[in-house]
Design a binder for this molecule. Structure first.
Ligand SMILES: [Zn+2]
Length: 307
């Protein structure tokens, strides 16, 4: 059972400001199919060069990112994401940095996401905690992705800071790669701290068994631009994570304009699965909505596991 809303402008703005912290795909010509082959484990570690002088560019806060969309603080109308940046040839990720001055980090930032993850530095030195409860499903077609708002009260605590889970969404093919290899789809669980900092848990997914946790959503995805559907079911974010709780961790950015940095990324090392039919349902709406991997510029990738 679902209720559908076609957003009017005011409603859409509220949705955008409230939920669109992160990625948003756009309709796109077909992309080369990603093979479903899925290594069960990651390849052997490779060394990562160490460059102590990691370049820090002052990062616009996520509030700033939201203000850009809102345009109320900049005092000028900026192009709405849906009409400007995207994944087509003329507005593809390689152009984001020049579409708007506010998107300069997309081209100039030295701590950008996504990245290719190599099996280096697999030292477990972070043990964050998760406190997730099930949430009702309110899914919006942002024109860049399907984004699902999460009910308040679920959080990730890492390095003494608590981040609340606010939404999750999808990219296909995956944005992060494992040893250069894309996966069919990637889930991003977006968390936000009281001070505006962002932490994202990424889960790469391969084609295999049906993902039961996602089934209520993927049988009723919002197909129309700016459509929001409320689905009479709940999804528990715990069920969206793999059983094995080890992750890669690095400092990166939003993977969509304005590409704001100082985003803490935790990318699960073990993929989860969804069925071919589930993947096809998403790709019928968003054929391709991934940003290519970005240079490390000396950043270190660490590892950890949830307690
Ligand atoms: Zn994302």
């Amino acid at each position: 059972m679902r209720r559908t809303f076609i957003a009017n402008f005011a409603f859409l703005s509220a949705i955008v400001v409230t939920f669109s912290i992160f990625a948003h795909p756009e309709e796109q010509p077909p992309v080369a199919p990603v093979t479903a082959a899925t290594p069960a484990t990651l390849p052997a570690p490779a060394s990562t060069p160490e460059h102590p002088g990691v370049h820090h560019i002052p990062a616009p806060s996520v509030e700033a990112a939201e203000a850009i969309e809102d345009s109320s603080e900049t005092g000028k109308m900026l192009p709405k994401h849906s009409g400007h940046w995207g994944y087509r040839e003329d507005n593809a990720p390689g152009h984001w940095g020049t579409i708007s001055p506010e998107f300069a980090q997309c081209a100039l930032g030295k701590e950008q996401s996504p990245i290719d993850l190599r099996s280096s530095h697999l030292i477990v030195n972070e043990t964050p905690t998760l406190s997730y409860a099930a949430s009702p499903i309110a899914a919006t077609n942002t024109t860049h992705t399907v984004q699902v708002a999460y009910a308040r009260g679920s959080s990730l605590t890492i390095q003494g800071a608590q981040y609340e889970l606010i939404q999750y969404h999808f990219h296909s093919p995956s944005e992060h790669t494992f040893d250069g290899k894309h996966w069919p789809i990637e889930l991003h669980l977006v968390h936000k701290a009281a001070d505006g900092r962002i932490a994202v848990i990424g889960v790469l997914m391969s084609v295999g068994d049906e993902n039961e946790a996602l089934a209520p959503l993927f049988t009723d995805l919002p197909r129309e631009a700016h459509e929001t559907v409320a689905i009479d079911a709940r999804i528990d974010a715990n069920a969206l994570l793999p059983k094995k709780k080890t992750f890669f961790m690095y400092q990166g950015s939003l993977t969509t304009p304005p590409c704001a940095q100082r985003v803490t990324w935790l990318v699960m090392q073990t993929p989860t699965q969804l069925s071919a039919a589930q993947l096809a349902a998403f790709k019928q709406i968003f054929t391709r909505n991934n940003r290519p991997t970005q240079p490390l510029h000396g950043r270190k990738v660490r590892a950890g596991t949830f307690e």
